[in-house]
Structures are given as C-alpha cells and as structure tokens.
Ligand binder design. Sequence first.
Ligand code: PEP
Ligand code: MN
Length: 337
Amino acid sequence: MIIQFKTPVQEDVVNELRQKLEALPAQVFVIKNHLAAMGVKSYDLTAKEAAAIETVTFDDPSYTLGSRQFQPEDTVIELPHSKIGGNNFTMMAGPCSVESEEHVKRMAKVVKEGGATVLRGGAFKPRTSPYSFQGLGEDGLRFLREAADENDLDMITEVMDVPHVEMVAKYTDIFQIGARNMQNFSLLKAVGKTNVAVGLKRGMSATIDDLLNAAEYIASEGNHNIFLIERGIRTFDNKYTRNTFDLGAIPVLQKLTHYPIIADPSHAVGEWDLVQPMAAAAVAAGAQGEIVEIHDDPEHAFSDGPQALKPKNYLRMTKEVFALRDALANVEGVCRD
Ligand code: PEP
Ligand code: MN
C-alpha cells in the first residue's frame, strides 16, 4: 500500500498510522509526503486519516521504494565532485581493471580532461575464467583512490563479495555491483546497510523488473543512494556486438523509477569503434550519464581491451556526448523534468 498525504503533511496522522501498520505487522517506509506499507493489500481508513490523505493505492509494484508512485521526484546522489540523477549528466570513465599505480594515475588525468567526474576501475574482477587476471585487490583500491583524489574525481569500483564490503567502503565513493552479481541478494543487502552510493548493473539475462527488484533489496536495508546501469543483455545475436544494448530500457526505467539511469556502452557493444555511436544514442535515449572504459594500450590491457577507447577517441566521444546533451537540453519542450 502506498499513501500520499495532503500537504502540509499532518505529522500526528502519519505517526499514528505508522504505529498501527507496524503492529499488523508490516514494514513501513516514509519519504516526504508518501508512506509505503509492504504487503498491505487492504486497509480501512478512519475519518481523521481519510481527511489527511490525498490518495491510497494497493497495486504498488514489488519494487515499491524504487517506484515513482512512492517517490515521484528523481533521486539525486550528491558526491564530493559529482551529482548523479535529475537533470545532471555524469560522465564516468577509466580502465576496466586497475593494472598498476602508474597506469591508473595516467588514465585518471585523461578521464579528467574529458570532463568526467567519476573514475572507474576494478580492483576485484569477476572474470569468466578463473585463470584470467583477478585484480590487484586492496592495492588496486588504494591506487584508484589516490588517482581519483589527485584529479578531484569521485571513484567507482566493483565489490564482489560480502566480506569485502567494509574494506571497499573505506576507499570508494560508489560501489559497483556487477552484472554477474545483480541477484546476489546477500551482497545487495550488505551494501544496503551502508551509506555508500551504489551503481547497480543490469544482469545479462535480467528483465527490467528483475533489476528494479534487485535495487529494492538495497533500498529496503536503508540505502537509497542507488543508480542503475544499462550495460547490455544477452540475446540470440552476439556475433558483432558483445551484448545487445537495450536502449529502450532507459526511458522505460525512467518512467518506472526515480533512480538515475546510467548507460554503459562499453560492455554493451564490446568493440571500441562501436562505443562512440552508442554513447551518443544513449544520450538521445535520455541516459543521465555514461560509464565507459579507456586504455592507452588496449592490445595489452589486462581485461576488456577490445572495447577500451584510446585517450584520443575518449576525448572525442565525451566532446560529442556533452554537445548532444547540451543541444537536447536547449530544445524547448524536450527538456526532461
Ligand atoms: C566491468 O565494469 O568491468 C564489468 C565487469 O562489468 P559487467 O559487470 O557489466 O560485466
Ligand atoms: Mn570491463
């Protein structure tokens, strides 16, 4: 059940209602003038409650906290150097893996030059083969943190396991939950108990509802600083692109949820020369930011070399993306609010 209260909100009614619903028992969440009571499918309002309430709905989706019914306004995540969501556009870039201190620091300068405000890089890598490079671990986290700080950037890095959550949180501004872990519910709950922002990647065979329900696991633990990353899904055709970039998911998600939607064209297409056109397409689809992989020597990258943009191409891509974004924002009536 989701209740929308009339404004100004009568706090005494909200508090009494909350107590009654919690005694049912039901889990209750309140944000501004909305109250959600999980699993409550019928409820008789008293006359006093009815007078204070605008609307009541019992057909809220299972991802109640993430839904627009519960929070109509966009979530905006505020980090030291970035705002993610709403009318902001956030560029995130960096190598797939943190390969060495010197390399990530070199890449961070390029990331900054392109206008990005978030540095990416994996210190714990979820590789298809156990014999592939698995990441530098805590050393990698430290190198990434230093590279970010030296360039006034925020940092996003993947956390793969529950026991690492505390350690990764000491270094990062944003946890990345990878596609392979999107439905690792223990991990989702563990990051949900922190107050570190979370970038949740869509699983490669996850539906839009699966993604929203995965986000709900995080939010239900109290952490609402979540953004969603569309990074392509597996379909019948992966001959020319690594995955199928589900651009349609971007406006669909924006209709269903208040969380920011970030596009990852690098993992979606898997080939560097396809990244630029699809990064542009994601802007047109309304993405509130992008996350891309770069490398100055892709042939020798420790992971995902084929999809890495060389610095020169990254700089061209960001120029194009920012120009497109400005052009769209300046067309009257197209402005997304
Ligand atoms: C990555 O960001 O390098 C990564 C492993 O991404 P995904 O989880 O989307 O495959
Ligand atoms: Mn990668």
